[in-house]
Ligand binder design. Structure first.
Ligand code: IPD
Ligand code: CA
Length: 259
């Protein structure tokens, strides 16, 4: 039996410590390695992943998949992005976070996400709700009464033409969009009602695991991200307040499964 309570307590503690480590390292940042023209890895990404990976290994011995050092899924697996939103981190914006998910036999059980620059700790446990700094959160329900706003993420894993087509379709459906550069934080902001949805043609599991649980525990709708080996290969991502689910699913489906 996997002790979820112990892992949840650990995830909360390590997310805070990892986030503070990244924040401290931000003060004295060495030039980043470029993985591509828009994808970077700093010393902090590596140090934070080493910290979390090392403690998981020592305390639980579970499997581990991380953005910087990879890994393979097992029955119980931690799925971690040490810094999601690395470009924003490098540029000194507050839009980055540590994202930690824990998955047991294809079910996300724990999601913890810490944004140190704004001191926001998002936590979710399956069937126990989602919280921001200890307070329950829920999706917007479009209660603002204004135009819906979603985050439309993009990376070079998808073609720009297809991304522009996604934006065009959102515009035709009268859905406002933005791209602020952290998929994990984008999902957390859907969970607490600061955005109405999130869509991306392809995103990796470490960006999405914690946020997917946050959104579903906050009353939102998410796609079946783990289908088709999503844990290893990543997948398209749709997460939103229930009122947008039908239109967002239709918009994304035609682009990810063209006929
Ligand atoms: C990226 C960000 C971005 C998302 C990309 C991710 P990184 O991760 O989450 O918002 O659109 O798909 O790769 O490079 O900041 O760790
Ligand atoms: Ca990432």
């Amino acid at each position: 039996m996997t002790d979820l309570d112990a892992r949840e307590a650990f995830a909360l503690d390590i997310a805070l410590r990892a986030g503070r480590l990244a924040l401290t390292m931000r003060n004295d940042l060495a030039p980043a390695d470029a993985k591509s023209a828009i994808d970077f890895c700093t010393e902090a990404d590596l140090a934070v992943e080493r910290l979390i990976r090392g403690e998981v290994e020592e305390r639980f011995g579970d499997s581990f998949i991380g953005e910087e050092f990879g890994g393979e899924p097992g029955d119980a697996v931690w799925v971690v992005d040490p810094i999601d939103g690395t470009t924003g981190y490098i540029h000194g914006t507050p839009r980055w976070c540590v994202s930690i998910g824990f998955v047991v036999r294809g079910v996300i059980e724990i999601g913890v996400l810490y944004a140190p620059a704004t001191d926001r700790l998002f936590t979710a446990r399956r069937e126990r709700g989602a919280h921001l700094n200890g307070r329950p959160i829920k999706v917007s329900g479009l209660r603002h009464g204004a135009v819906p706003v979603i985050e439309a993420g993009w990376s070079e894993r998808s073609s720009l033409d297809t991304y522009f087509e996604l934006i065009r379709r959102l515009n035709a459906a009268r859905i406002e969009f933005r791209r602020i550069g952290s998929g994990a934080l984008g999902l957390a902001e859907v969970a607490c009602g600061l955005a109405d949805g999130y869509a991306e043609l392809h995103i990796n599991a470490w960006d999405a695991m914690a946020g997917l649980l946050l959104v579903s525990e906050a009353g939102g709708v998410v796609n079946d991200f783990l289908a088709n080996d999503g844990l290893r290969k990543g997948n398209s991502l749709m997460a939103c307040t229930p009122e947008l689910a039908t239109s967002l699913t239709a918009i994304l489906d035609t682009l990810t499964h063209p006929t």
